[in-house]
Design a protein around this ligand. Structure first.
Ligand code: KIV
Ligand code: ZN
Length: 500
């Protein structure tokens, strides 16, 4: 029997480090539930020392998730480890992941520490983490640019100190697959006590090689892969979970490990959820979860697939959950069906009032739109949660004029703390004008730096597409969301500086 490959998801930690992808505590819990439904082995829920918000998110995830191991990140510092231990108290199964940099450039320029001191600090950190849990992971940060002899030395020391997983990060995405595979093979061979720990990898995608590097490592003996949904993560992102998982399962003829324990039909719903929460849309040609991943355009391909699917398909769309995004509800559906489907998608309601509110919105949408897909439901509740969180400012009316040769102008009416106010402004485009009008009333101090509009769902009657009226409706909604994101970011930054 082949080994089971451990899937360690870090969407909530490294994924959240994607600029602009911050998530609230409740959103993190929703994603964690979706990962648990997929039977992901380990969920890295955050970096508890980073802020009070991060601490509470890890705590909330640890308290609700029962089947996956919950992990908290900590630098190799006592205060970080204690904070992680505290956040993970409620977990059924807890892991502390501690790290310190080991590459010459990081030790010299960033840590300003001698290698001996780095080894000493790593050992101390692992021993301290073991006081909270017997499941401890150690990462030599920037391992991809570290010296092999030094890596062997530090890994042997931390395994002796009690690390049960040693994770080799290619922090800056510098390695090529054959190099990274060799690195893992050499480490497993040369570290004397390598049989006492699971070897893991954590690859970044700066050269577009994160998945290839992870798979090369698996073929050389790595038995845990760290990855994220949709490949989110710092800079160019991390190895994408869906690609790693489907490569190992589709090419089980070449790997001597498996991912059979994962419910792969949860992949697409989980990808959709992460995309709708972060606002990061998935490119249509993205492997596995992109809208075109199973679409055949050329006549020759279509003909081939109709005759025999295997001619052009190496996986079945329904095996990764595409069929799950079927038409689920319509205007005759009842409250119970609505609640149940959202529960399946990882959304729970705090009380009857919240459910009723969302149900009213659902009925309004069902009147306009014949087919209600999972994405529609998720968009509906995401919008509802934005409203609930920001009751102080509400959009009452928006009028935008955009005409050839004229400067676009917007007139916006808002209700701020219950008082109605209107303002008008001109701008470089209709969105810029509307944003300026809002800002002149809200005075948040934020600036519009980037704005994009995507359709929320697919289909000819999808939300956000259609007549001009709908477009301005979407723009106003997008704009309010944008303002909310800016305000949330400001709040988050403030929380971070308060905790430092
Ligand atoms: O990329 C990296 O090195 C990390 C570590 C904390 C594992 O994210
Ligand atoms: Zn990373």
């Amino acid at each position: 029997m082949s080994d089971q490959l451990i899937i360690f998801d870090t969407t909530l930690r490294d994924g959240e480090q994607s600029p602009g992808a911050s998530m609230t505590r409740d959103e993190k819990v929703r994603i964690a539930k979706a990962l648990e439904r997929m039977h992901v082995d380990v969920i890295e829920a955050g970096f508890p020392i980073a802020s009070q918000g991060d601490f509470e998110s890890v705590q909330a995830v640890a308290n609700v998730i029962k089947d996956s191991t919950i992990c908290g990140l900590a630098r190799a510092l006592d205060k970080d480890i204690d904070r992680a231990g505290e956040a993970l108290k409620g977990a059924n199964s807890a892991r502390i992941h501690t790290f310190i940099a080991t590459s010459p450039i990081h030790m010299k320029m960033k840590l300003r520490m001698e290698p001996d001191a780095v080894v000493e600090q790593a050992v101390r950190a692992v021993k301290r983490a073991r006081q909270f849990t017997d499941n401890v992971e150690f990462s030599p940060e920037d391992a991809g640019r570290s010296e092999l002899d030094f890596l062997c030395r530090i890994l042997e020391a931390v395994i002796d100190a009690g690390a049960t997983t040693v994770n080799i990060p290619d922090t800056v995405g510098y390695n090529l697959p054959h190099q990274f595979g060799n690195l893992i093979g050499n480490l497993i061979e040369r570290v004397p006590n390598s049989d006492k720990a699971v070897f893991s990898v954590h690859c970044h995608n700066d050269l577009g090689l994160a998945v290839a590097n992870s798979l090369a490592a698996v073929s050389q003996g790595a038995r845990q892969v760290e990855c994220t949904i949709n490949g989110l993560g710092e800079r160019a992102g991390n190895a994408s979970l869906e690609e790693v998982v489907m490569a190992v399962s589709t090419r089980n003829d070449v790997f001597d490990c498996n991912v059979d324990h994962l419910d792969r039909t949860q992949i697409v719903p989980c990808s959709r959820l992460v995309s709708s929460i972060t606002g990061f849309s998935v490119q249509p040609n993205k492997a596995i979860v992109g809208a075109n991943a199973f679409a055949h355009e050329s006549g020759i391909h279509q003909d081939g697939v109709l005759k025999s699917r295997e001619t052009y398909e190496i996986m079945r769309a329904e095996d990764v959950g595409w069929a799950a995004n079927r038409m689920v509800l319509g205007k005759h559906s009842g409250r119970n069906a609505f609640r149940t489907r959202l529960q399946e998608l990882g959304v729970t309601f705090e009380g009857e009032a919240e459910l009723n509110d969302a149900f009213v919105r659902f009925k309004e949408l069902a009147d306009k739109k014949h087919e209600i897909f999972d994405d529609d439901l998720l968009a509906l509740v995401t919008e509802a949660s934005l409203d609930a969180e920001n009751e102080r400012v509400k959009l009452v009316a928006l009028k935008v004029c955009s005409e050839t040769g004229e400067m676009p102008n917007a007139v916006v009416t808002l209700k701020i703390d219950g008082v109605e106010k209107s303002a008008s402004a001109s701008g470089g485009g209709p969105v810029d004008a509307a944003f300026k009008a809002i800002e002149s009333m809200v005075k948040s101090g934020t600036e519009l730096q980037l704005y994009s509009v995507n359709n929320i769902t697919s289909g000819t009657d999808s939300q956000g597409e259609g007549s001009e009226e709908h477009t301005s409706e979407l723009q106003s909604r997008g704009l309010i969301s944008y303002a909310v994101v800016c305000l949330k970011k400001k709040k988050k930054e403030k929380q971070k500086s308060d905790s430092e």
